[in-house]
Write a protein that binds this ligand. Structure first.
Ligand SMILES: C[S@@+](CC[C@H](N)C(=O)[O-])C[C@H]1O[C@@H](n2cnc3c(N)ncnc32)[C@H](O)[C@@H]1O
Length: 309
């Protein structure tokens, strides 16, 4: 009887040891699995201005910047660039040269500068002479073809400023405001004739994903156009530009927007963005053809263009 009891105790000890060993093995395997998954999903590093941050952090940091500057964004643009950004944006629209049938998506569209230019482009020129004149009565103007544009931006604060600007100047139609990420647009494939992105792409974590998604949403034959700060090649001009960027812009940011850091990020992020030729190759790698670029103000900014052929 005693021997039987001892053997059953021994059996249960052995059994629980086996269970213990198995669960230990299981624990070890799951730890390994977690660490493998961690390794696989390991957060790579990227830049946020001159700082090195985890890729998963960058989007939030950029979001904070534009959330903070949204209300003063338009004023700051005018002050910092002495109004030159307006000339560049007008030029950008001229390069696009939209017709009344152009279906545009303006990504990282912010407060609507590009979209408003698109809606107004050539509205009084001969393109629609066959249609009634805009000076005619309100009833007649309803027959005038009107464009429509979709703005996508990751920051609701920027979109809200844009929407209230639109309301103030009576733009009630033709603009769709969508909250979304340029890297995975909440839009269907092959919907647009043109895709624009102005001063937005350098803020995105994965430029290649932005370009891939631009390609996806464009119709065959559609055009990609990007206006972005770029690289000044001339050494003397570059040192003047650097002086202005690093010594003056953050100070203006502090005075006007009460935000030194966001404007420090702005000037640093420009220096981290690929130079003209390198960016053109990235556009080609995404599948675009006939890729070209044009410098504005000695390369302070550049317009890159490509077609989905
Ligand atoms: C410098 S502003 C440019 C706004 C406008 N395009 C212009 O030219 O005035 C940059 C904009 O990019 C947006 N942005 C940054 N990262 C983005 C992303 N991953 N997807 C979509 N928009 C993004 C910001 O919220 C901000 O509105």
């Amino acid at each position: 009887m005693m021997a039987l009891k001892m053997s059953s105790i021994l059996k249960s000890v052995l059994y629980s040891r086996r269970i213990f060993n198995q669960s230990r093995h299981l624990c070890v395997s799951s730890t390994l699995l977690i660490s493998c998954t961690k390794h696989y999903m390991q957060d790579k590093s990227t830049h946020f201005g001159y700082q090195t941050v985890k890729e998963s952090e960058k989007e939030g940091r950029v979001h904070e910047v534009f959330h903070n500057v949204a209300d003063t964004y338009d004023v700051m643009n005018d002050v910092m660039s002495a109004g030159i950004h307006r000339v560049w944006k007008d030029k950008f629209m001229e390069v696009l040269g939209p017709t009344f049938n152009t279906k545009l998506v303006d990504v990282a569209g912010g407060t609507g500068d590009i979209a408003f230019r698109f809606l107004d482009y050539n509205n009084n020129k001969s393109e629609h002479l066959s249609t009634p004149s805009p000076q005619d009565s309100d009833e007649d103007t309803e027959d005038i073809p009107s464009r429509s544009v979709t703005i996508v931006d990751i920051n609701q604060a920027m979109l809200d400023v844009g929407k209230s600007r639109a309301e103030k100047c009576g733009r009630h139609h033709g603009i769709e405001w969508i909250l979304g990420n340029a890297e995975c647009l909440p839009l269907k494939d092959e919907q647009y004739d043109a895709y624009t992105i102005a001063f937005g792409i350098r803020n995105c974590t994965h430029i290649d994903k932005v370009l891939e998604d631009a390609y996806r949403v464009l119709k065959p034959g559609g055009r990609f156009l990007c206006l972005e700060f770029s690289n000044v090649d001339n050494t003397i001009l570059r040192s003047l530009y650097d002086y202005y960027s690093f010594q003056v812009i953050p100070v203006m940011g502090e005075i006007i927007a009460k935000d030194w850091n966001s404007y420090q990020y702005l000037v640093e992020s420009i220096r981290k963005f690929p130079k003209q030729i390198e960016f053109a190759s990235m556009i080609e790698e995404a599948g675009f053809r006939e890729v070209s670029y044009e410098n504005l103000l000695f390369g302070v900014a550049a317009i890159h263009s490509g077609y989905k052929i």
